[in-house]
Design a protein around this ligand. Structure first.
Ligand SMILES: [Zn+2]
Length: 464
């Protein structure tokens, strides 16, 4: 009797153990399953099909994707076997071309949707398992269209130009690529059948890439279309190149002032830290603070050079820095603005009407105390090396508003104003805004005609 009881207890203990183990295995089986997530809004297009596969603590050994009808899978489009590496998630990308059988099948049958089948073989701690599912997806192989393009006939080196084009209503995003690492986005007016777009752009301080600009339109499915337009770049000036021999003793005070340090000597590394690394960082900060497009004009279009000032350094001047008597320059910079000299601590007026959009009283690195003013349509002006700032962010300024005083804060040797103009984050030659006739011809008149256009009523608020 006693023995039987003991045996029963042992059996019960093992039964409970098996039960717990079984429950745990069930938990693992239900809680840990791989996931499959389509990244392209459940649509396939020429931009391909992208999906994210999440392992969720399982080991995935095989992934298979195919397309077909509701009843059956027909066209295999992706397969990966013997996946033995551990991964948390994996992005798979499947491109399509017009030559693919499935694309021909879709076009022949004029399909609007089909089914995507996926099969994932995986192993969790206890089981080998197989996930087999299908998702309904829509088909969009129709890219948006770009038409009625009107482009400017030329730009000057470092100057600005415009292009006007219409896009079909399925366009999600359009822009102009001039060969720089940043694109130029439009001011868009929505029409009933097409949208009208006006883009102001610059090709930077070199000619537009291959003598052309590229207009690109994309839809939500990722289909895109692009067209090229010729864009002549004229050279109206030879920019100076200066050879500068690095004088470290000269740099010491500026280094300590800008980095708030107490060094007694500076090295060539300190020079590079200041003139290369910090300069780059400061230029990125300026770009990001001059890239937004205000869709309304904030300026009358009249820009003035600082009163009673003389230009002593031009836009895009090249500066080669040499260390000691080495043959090759250690580094090169381009001067993204104009240096204007006047009397010491001279009053600075806003160059045109605008909205103060950025103020840095602590000093923006090599630029020192800096103000940025937004003039609308993606145009900005910048004032650097100031000794004093007299405006705040959000202030409306006019050409008789004193915004600050000249100085030598930042990497400036001698009191002067560094003045720069930017379009959607890219510096351009300010002489084009100071020349009233030219600025009206290239920008103001074009914008005014554009918003007066016959089918143009609603200015699109969304977008970049
Ligand atoms: Zn300067």
């Amino acid at each position: 009797m006693f023995k039987k009881k003991k045996k029963f207890k042992v059996t019960l203990f093992f039964l409970i153990l098996v039960l717990i183990y079984g429950l745990y295995a069930l938990y693992v089986a239900f809680a840990h399953n791989p996931g499959f997530e389509l990244l392209s809004k459940n649509t396939i297009s020429y931009s391909g099909l992208k999906a994210r596969i999440i392992s969720d603590n399982t080991k995935i050994s095989m992934i298979k994707v195919s397309l077909g009808t509701k009843e059956k899978s027909i066209y295999p489009i992706y397969q990966e076997n013997n996946l033995d590496s551990d991964f948390e998630e994996k992005i798979i990308s499947i491109p399509f071309t017009e030559e693919d059988k499935v694309v021909k099948f879709i076009k022949k049958n004029n399909l609007k949707s089909l089914y995507l089948y996926y099969q994932i073989e995986y192993e969790n701690k206890f089981f080998n398992s197989n996930l087999n599912k299908k998702i309904k997806i829509s088909i969009d192989f129709q890219p948006p269209s770009i038409k009625s393009v009107r482009t400017d006939s030329y730009v000057y080196l470092g100057g600005i130009g415009y292009v006007i084009y219409k896009t079909s209503k399925d366009t999600f995003l359009s822009y102009v690529d001039t060969g720089l690492n940043t694109n130029f986005y439009p001011i868009t007016i929505e029409g009933d059948s097409v949208d009208s777009n006006l883009v102001f752009f610059t090709c930077g301080n070199s000619p537009c890439k291959n003598g052309k600009i590229k207009i690109v339109a994309e839809d939500l499915s990722g289909n895109s279309v692009s067209i090229l337009r010729r864009m002549k770049t004229l050279k109206n000036k030879n920019w100076k190149t200066s050879n500068i021999v690095i004088d470290l003793s000269f740099l010491l005070n500026k280094y300590n002032e800008i980095f708030d340090s107490n060094l007694t000597t500076v090295s060539i590394d300190n020079f590079l830290e200041l003139n290369m690394i910090l300069r780059e960082k400061n230029n990125i900060e300026i770009s990001s603070n001059t890239s937004a497009i205000s869709r309304n004009l904030i300026t009358s279009g009249n820009f003035y050079q600082m009163r009673n000032s003389k230009v002593f350094s031009d836009f895009s001047e090249k500066r080669d820095y040499y260390f000691k008597d080495e043959d090759k320059p250690l580094m090169t910079t381009y001067h993204w603005g104009y240096d204007l000299s006047s009397i010491k601590n001279a009053k600075i007026y806003s160059s045109s009407e605008g909205l103060v959009s950025y103020v840095n009283n602590d000093g923006l690195g090599i630029y020192g105390k800096t103000i940025i003013i937004n003039h609308g349509l993606g145009f900005y002006s910048l004032y650097s090396h100031l000794s004093e700032i007299l405006v705040s962010v959000g202030d409306k300024v006019k050409t008789d508003t004193i915004i600050g005083r000249t100085g030598e804060s930042g990497l400036a040797f001698g009191d002067h104003l560094h003045f720069g103009t930017y379009l959607q984050g890219v510096p351009f030659n300010s002489s084009e805004v100071w020349d009233k006739k030219y600025f009206f011809q290239k920008v103001l008149n074009i914008y005014n005609d554009f918003i007066k256009g016959p089918s143009n009523r609603r200015i699109k608020k969304s977008g970049i």
